[in-house]
Design a protein around this ligand. Structure first.
Ligand code: FES
Length: 121
């Protein structure tokens, strides 16, 4: 059963029908875009904000994965990230991570499990 900590994202199966979804949310009064995707059968969500030059990963292309499908990739300058941890693998930003958001699956439905998150759309 959902509670006020859980914010509905989508039916779990929807993540298998697309390479990623985006949602606009507000966290601590800041509007941000979030990417949500499934990788090796697990759902992940990160704030869509590359730390290199503050761009969304999909700013230049409608894609967030590299050609191998093993890494997230920022389409601005090509920095890559571990999809499971958000850790940047490119030397300039080594040691930095995309900001992960907690998810929860209840039945066939996926939710953000962040108390201070408000859905915008
Ligand atoms: S802004 Fe993302 S790699 Fe440069």
């Amino acid at each position: 059963m959902a509670n006020d900590r859980l914010k509905h994202i989508c039916a779990r199966r929807e993540l298998h029908e697309v390479s990623y979804l985006t949602r606009k949310v507000r966290i601590k009064n800041q509007p941000v875009s979030v990417i949500i995707f499934a990788f090796e059968g697990v759902a992940y969500a990160y704030i869509n904000h590359c730390m290199h030059m503050n761009r969304p990963l999909n700013c230049e292309q409608d894609a967030i994965f590299d050609e191998t499908g093993k890494y997230l990739r920022c389409s601005m300058h090509g920095f890559i990230f571990d999809p499971k941890t958000g850790a940047c693998q490119s030397p300039v930003c080594l040691g930095q991570r995309l900001q992960a958001l907690r998810l929860e699956e209840i039945g066939e439905t996926l939710y953000f499990a962040e108390k201070h998150l408000i859905l915008i759309d």
